[in-house]
Design a protein around this ligand. Structure first.
Ligand SMILES: NC(=O)c1ccc[n+]([C@@H]2O[C@H](COP(=O)([O-])OP(=O)(O)OC[C@H]3O[C@@H](n4cnc5c(N)ncnc54)[C@H](O)[C@@H]3O)[C@@H](O)[C@H]2O)c1
Length: 312
């Protein structure tokens, strides 16, 4: 059994990943999370060791990495728009916090990290499909921070022999995403409240929506395969916001109306992005299978079952 530290394990992706890893029987899991965005409660009765603590605190991180075989690094300030408002906070959590982690891993002899990174926010406005060979042009501080952490992961692999994988997630959707501002979660919350959806722009902007279980399969491959480097994880399929709304209508339509308001584009937002996942397919064996219209069904059911959380 491997000892695995999951930073940010209480968040959306962590709370989907951890049950899958525990189910495999291959991992003993410790979580480090300051519960600023996720909550320990999101992990229900998962059998984990929990450290309530902050990545920016070196002592806490030192304690958290002791005895670990590998780290899945999900903890971050994940709010892109907030990073534009307050770039310094984002820098401190995402860059300084990640640097602390790498330094303490090195000191403790923990030699393997899977780092959660991002495609669109790092690469900026480029012609899709985006891939690992493109020159980055972040257009928000969140993307700049993620790019910086990819750089440090690469440097710790090059200089100290760490196995460091940075996985560039596209737009992830799934259950346990109530606290997220990402588009699928935001739309489903508004549908539940009977409010119209807000689309910034004309709805033609494209994204690559990947179901969280498929993504978690990719994270597990990142832990288990003997690789380092950067990999795009998405589906490779572009979907416009208008197509997403059609897919949502098809899932929720029997019981809920879906109205849409179109507003101006927002600064810092990318128009079109989806990714080429060939490198992940070839080198990791990553193989996402869930179609958007199928993935939305359990997500909507989860939102319906957890509608009472909206009051909280
Ligand atoms: N969800 C997506 O679509 C998406 C896309 C691209 C990249 N990512 C990346 O994947 C990772 C996980 O994303 P998520 O959607 O689960 O986000 P999330 O916000 O749900 O989870 C992040 C977790 O990190 C914790 N955290 C924040 N600051 C911390 C700190 N200083 N110390 C300790 N813990 C801290 C939060 O409490 C939260 O539980 C993030 O690194 C994010 O940038 C996510």
């Amino acid at each position: 059994m491997k000892n695995l530290l999951v930073t940010g394990g209480c968040g959306f992706i962590g709370s989907n990943l951890i049950p899958l890893l525990l189910e495999s029987g291959a991992y003993r899991i410790r979580v480090l999370d300051n519960e600023s965005l996720g909550k320990r409660a999101f992990l229900g009765d998962c059998d984990i060791e929990f450290i309530h603590g902050d990545l920016r605190d070196r002592e806490t991180v030192r304690h958290a990495v002791q005895g670990m075989d590998a780290v899945v690094h999900l903890a971050a300030d994940t709010r892109v728009m907030d990073s534009i408002e307050n770039p310094e906070y984002n820098f401190n959590v995402n860059v300084v916090g990640s640097f602390n982690l790498l330094m303490e891993m090195r000191a403790a002899g923990v030699n393997r990290i899977v780092n959660a990174s991002t495609g669109g926010a790092i690469l900026g406005e480029v012609d899709p499909p985006v891939h690992e060979g493109m020159v980055p042009h972040p257009i928000a501080p969140y993307g700049a921070a993620k790019l910086s952490v990819e750089g440090y992961c690469s440097a710790f692999a090059g200089a100290y022999g760490m196995k460091a994988v940075s996985l560039r997630f596209s737009n992830v959707y799934g259950p346990r995403s109530f606290h997220k501002g990402s588009v699928v979660a935001a739309f489903l919350k508004r549908v539940l409240k009977g409010q119209p959806l807000t689309v910034y722009g004309d709805g033609s902007q494209q994204r690559d929506y990947v179901y969280v279980d498929d993504l978690c399969g990719g994270i597990r491959l990142g832990i288990e395969q003997d690789v380092s480097g950067v990999f795009q994880l998405g589906t490779g399929i572009p979907t416009s916001v208008n197509q997403l709304i059609d897919a949502i209508r098809a899932v929720v339509g029997r019981t809920h109306d879906v109205e849409v308001n179109y507003e101006d584009f927002r600064a810092g937002e990318i128009l079109h992005t989806y990714c080429n996942i060939e490198k992940a397919r070839q080198e990791l064996g990553y193989d996402p299978q869930t179609r958007l219209q199928d993935g939305l069904v359990p997500v909507w059911q989860w939102f319906l079952d957890n509608a009472d959380r909206m009051a909280a």
